[in-house]
Design a protein around this ligand. Sequence first.
Ligand SMILES: Cc1cc2nc3c(=O)[nH]c(=O)nc-3n(C[C@H](O)[C@H](O)[C@H](O)COP(=O)(O)O)c2cc1C
Length: 223
Amino acid sequence: MLLLPDSFGVTRDCGDWNNAKNLKRENMAQIFDPLSIRSITLPNRIVVSPMCEYSSIDGFANDWHLVHLGSRAVGGAGLVFTEATAVTPEGRISPEDLGIWSDAHIEFLARITHFLKSQGCVPGMQLAHAGRKGSTQKPWVGSEKLSLEEGAWVPVAPSAIAYSDKYPFPKELSKEGIRGVVEAFANAARRALDAGFRVLEIHAAHGYLIHEFYSPLSNKRTD
Ligand SMILES: Cc1cc2nc3c(=O)[nH]c(=O)nc-3n(C[C@H](O)[C@H](O)[C@H](O)COP(=O)(O)O)c2cc1C
């Protein structure tokens, strides 16, 4: 017997796993145990991270997303997140990003959450705005700034500083523009709830808009 505290401070027997008498429920890994967080109970602790699929037209989910997310639910994951889902069209990384800036996006997303729930899985959505890293090609085309023929738009950022010379030159958000983005996140959250999502994650990393606001490299504002 080797008694050690686990990460929750509970003493567990960590020794002699070849001895069947150690195979007690309280000694086992907890990955398959339910986890309650506020009003949500996950059936287990397996969570599928958001993964951009670059497979949408005009932000709409389609069969690809149903199968991609649905198959993770069939596999038994307790919580499955959608990819980074744009709260405005100019907040997309590429023209093929998933979006939730319009009520019309809700219907197919609801079909996906309905299926995920039918598998005992909790549906989650990651809400995102790419900021100055928007208006780029999908990765397998090159991840570089879009040409006009490819449908380029002018992305927005805290300051008018491009991420690199391979990225588009962004427009500095006005105070009004910042309020608009906050509102877009709130409206997207309401639509996500209407579509049946039970967990929301705000994307504030990877150099996207919110991250740009808290980095001195991309935020030179004085207001
Ligand atoms: C194909 C692919 C797409 C991804 N898209 C997103 C995304 O949309 N949002 C995000 O926050 N992270 C994204 N990531 C990062 C993953 O969510 C995850 O954080 C990363 O793979 C590290 O986790 P891991 O160590 O479990 O692989 C993506 C990763 C991959 C492989």
